[in-house]
Design a protein around this ligand. Structure first.
Ligand code: FEO
Length: 164
């Protein structure tokens, strides 16, 4: 069993991870519409990774003998009309998610819930990678996307991202 406050935060985080997936599907469609299939594929893989994050939280709830209550997923409400703005929204979103993970960690620390703190360690490390990936996309776009050939090769590179 998990403490009620920890359970509520984790149950909410499952929703936030699924929302992240939904948001990145939206990003993927935006870039697909721009003819940038590599960017579109990169974000679709990112969306799948977010579902995996939700699944890790779901398993943790189940492993603690509790049930998950799936909540409504909000509509992605960002206006996607500029490549760089979208890339920056991705970074801002990951920074927001890092804050949410830290909030759960704080709550677990407060009640000496070492089990949940240990579980969250993976997410703390993952968020370092998530923010770094988003920052790298911005830097690469700044470096290469000033000319058509640069954008073409960056798009090609992003299309090679591994994953399901
Ligand atoms: Fe699940 Fe991108 O953090």
């Amino acid at each position: 069993m998990l403490d009620k406050k920890i359970y509520d935060l984790i149950n909410d985080q499952i929703n936030k991870e699924l929302y992240s997936a939904y948001l990145y599907v939206d990003f993927s469609y935006y870039f697909g519409g721009r003819g940038l299939s590599g960017f579109a594929s990169w974000y679709m893989k990112q969306a799948k990774e977010e579902v995996e994050h939700a699944e890790k939280f779901i398993k943790y709830v189940h492993d603690n003998g509790m049930k998950v209550e799936l909540l409504a997923i909000a509509k992605p409400d960002k206006t996607l009309d500029d490549d760089m703005k979208v890339l920056k929204m991705g970074l801002e979103h990951e920074q927001y998610v890092t804050g949410l993970i830290n909030k759960i960690y704080d709550a677990a620390f407060e009640i000496k819930d070492y089990k949940t703190m240990g579980f969250l360690d993976w997410f703390v490390k993952e968020q370092i990678e998530e923010e770094a990936n988003a920052e790298e996309l911005i830097s690469k776009y700044e470096l290469y996307a000033g000319c058509e050939a640069g954008l073409y090769s960056l798009n090609k590179e992003l299309g090679k991202r591994e994953g399901c």
